[in-house]
Design a protein around this ligand. Structure first.
Ligand SMILES: [Zn+2]
Length: 80
């Protein structure tokens, strides 16, 4: 499997999954996703942003988007 991070060519054996836990820690659901992450990206750290959208399908749909930090052009200008 290839790593979900754009431009990464490492083998990616690690499957990204999500889990919803009850208070006793058992899972209501815990699907795998179609996203795989290489060992290097798994160990160096990631930012995980989660968006939840309700449906009436009785299913859990997962969409994982890998991205690199976007190019930015920032300037801070003091008010005179
Ligand atoms: Zn990677």
């Amino acid at each position: 499997m290839s790593c979900i991070i754009p431009g990464c060519t490492n083998l990616a054996p690690n499957n990204f999954g999500v889990r919803l836990r009850r208070p006793d820690t058992t899972a209501i659901w815990a699907p795998n996703t179609e996203a795989y992450i290489c060992d290097a990206h798994a160990k160096q750290g990631l930012i995980v942003t989660v968006t939840l959208e309700p449906t009436n399908t009785g299913e859990i749909e997962t969409n994982v988007i890998g991205q690199v930090p976007p190019a930015t052009a920032n300037r801070v200008t003091p008010i005179k």
